[in-house]
Design a binder for this molecule. Structure first.
Ligand SMILES: Cc1cc2nc3c(=O)[nH]c(=O)nc-3n(C[C@H](O)[C@H](O)[C@H](O)COP(=O)(O)OP(=O)(O)OC[C@H]3O[C@@H](n4cnc5c(N)ncnc54)[C@H](O)[C@@H]3O)c2cc1C
Length: 327
């Protein structure tokens, strides 16, 4: 059996997700060790222009599944199309970015093809040409290394953990259109509404400023949003404030929210419950601002500021503004 890697490339509204490019780049790095082939599969409507962007990442082949039936993401339509493409290419591994779409799609496709799935993978190891996946278990309390004993395996890779890098090496990139059998789509998505307010996608953001119950009320998001704007950061939140209705669930970080892995995570008025840490503990640098010196968040923080968020955040924002980071 080949050690080929098929990468599912996620696009929304004609934009390829950065995390998909990370998965594709990591597949290329793994393929170097095993000299295997890489296929990048994109599904959507009018997606031909996306191929040029993928060429720069040097898969061996780009497979486009282009049709009106795929204009909006649907679980059934994408499952059938991706499963057929995988059957045709017969790779040893299927990679995807660990996104909301992948959480819906990949377990279904894996089950259909009777293959195992390792989700939210944070590191890949290579032993004698076999890929091993390191992933969190028990809400991130431990990390386990998974070895696959099946001929085919699915892996979803955590965004921001693997570097997206274009390549000038390698030969030609083949490109082909693939038309799967007419999908039997019983539930049709007629319209999608993007969440309002968030300027940068949380799971892919390099910097996140998050607020918890310590910010006292929804009227104080403006203070954190100012810091976000100065840093070019996305706004996150703890579950306590989502449950209180202060902010939409799309901002929630943690076990029942999003898993994030930014370069910098600034936790403002967040205690650091294990369920919150499960979603952000793999951030490169964690800054915690909390008035309680014994708050558990300080055990995970790289830098801790003991004090009142209402005093510290405006001062930090003001100082950062002087640095003119955006220009
Ligand atoms: C099954 C399950 C799943 C869960 N999933 C998630 C999840 O995905 N994400 C998540 O976040 N939680 C999750 N939780 C909830 C979690 O256990 C905590 O209840 C929650 O994270 C607490 O949110 P918080 O830190 O904002 O609030 P609190 O725990 O109330 O902490 C508020 C903090 O603010 C500090 N503070 C108060 N005033 C100020 C001030 N003026 N300046 C500075 N600091 C101040 C306090 O010292 C305190 O540490 C889950 C729980 C369960 C049971």
């Amino acid at each position: 059996m080949s050690q080929n890697i098929l990468v599912f490339i996620e696009q929304r509204a004609g934009q390829i997700r950065k995390s998909s490019l990370e998965a594709l780049s990591e597949a290329r790095r793994q393929a170097k060790t095993t000299s295997s082939q890489i296929q990048a599969v994109v599904i959507g409507a009018n997606i031909k222009p996306l191929a040029a962007q993928l060429h720069k990442y040097k898969p061996n082949k780009i497979v486009l599944i282009d049709g009106e039936a795929y204009a909006n993401y649907s679980t059934e339509g994408y499952t059938q199309a991706l499963a057929e493409a995988i059957k045709k290419e017969n790779p040893a591994y299927v990679f995807a970015a660990h996104t909301s779409m992948a959480k819906d799609l990949m377990p279904r496709v894996a089950t259909r093809l009777d293959a195992p799935l390792a989700s939210d993978v944070v590191e890949l190891k290579n032993e004698a040409g076999k890929i091993l996946a390191v992933r969190p278990m028990y809400s991130g309390k431990v990390y386990g290394t998974v070895e696959f004993t099946s001929p085919q395996a699915f892996l979803t890779l955590r965004p921001n953990r693997f570097e997206a890098s274009e390549s000038t090496n390698g030969g030609d990139v083949a490109q082909e259109d693939f038309a799967p059998a007419q999908a039997n789509i019983r539930a049709k998505v007629v319209e999608t509404h993007a969440a309002t307010g968030q300027k940068i996608e949380l799971s892919e953001a390099p910097i996140i400023v998050s607020g918890g119950r310590g910010i006292k009320g929804p009227e104080n998001w403006a203070m954190l949003q100012e810091l976000c704007d100065v840093l070019g950061a996305a706004l996150g939140a703890s579950r306590a404030v989502v449950d209180a209705g202060w902010i939409d669930h799309g901002h929630q970080v943690g076990q029942t929210g999003k898993t994030v892995s930014p370069q910098l995570y600034i936790a403002c008025g967040i205690s650091g419950a294990i369920q919150h840490l499960a979603g952000m503990s793999s951030s490169k640098v964690i800054v915690a601002i909390n008035k309680d010196a014994d708050a558990p968040i300080f055990k995970s923080a790289t830098y801790g500021l003991v004090g009142d968020v209402f005093e510290i955040v405006p001062k930090v924002t003001e100082e950062l503004r002087k640095l003119n980071l955006g220009s």
